[in-house]
Design a protein. Structure first.
Length: 134
């Protein structure tokens, strides 16, 4: 039975893997398992053992606590979301990672212009959104 914590750990795993530009296959090879197992971890179908979590944290260059950051009984994951908060899992989406990579591949001046444009568009759509820190 999948728990909310298993889902949360899986989302954090996927987010970090994508941020580093790794495929499920390449991460699986680093820790000596099949890519299907990474898929199961990321969707929360399988629990990640303590030993495997250690191996994944090493492969992804994060401390083990990274997978639990922001997770508590007071976390929005366990409650109705605040309408003014962007869900933390937005960072695990491929589109978001593509946008971040494209943004940082630009020079400083184009990045500033793009950020100014995004802020002006945001002001016209849904003001006062904030990202839940994780």
């Amino acid at each position: 039975m999948t728990s909310e914590i298993d889902l949360y750990v899986g989302k954090r795993l996927r987010r970090r893997r994508r941020l580093l530009g790794l495929t499920q296959q390449s991460l699986a090879e680093q820790v000596g398992i099949r890519f299907q197992q990474i898929q199961k971890y990321e969707c929360g179908a399988n629990r990640v053992s303590a030993a495997r979590l250690f191996e994944l944290s090493e492969a992804l260059s994060v401390p083990i606590q990274y997978f639990y950051e922001g997770l508590s009984s007071h976390d929005p994951l366990f409650h109705d979301p605040d309408p003014d908060v962007i869900a933390p899992d937005v960072l695990s989406k491929k589109e978001t990672m593509d946008l971040v990579r494209a943004y940082y591949s630009m020079g400083e001046a184009p990045r500033k212009h793009l950020l100014d444009l995004a802020k002006s568009l945001e002001a016209n759509t849904k003001p006062n959104l904030r990202l839940v820190s994780t």
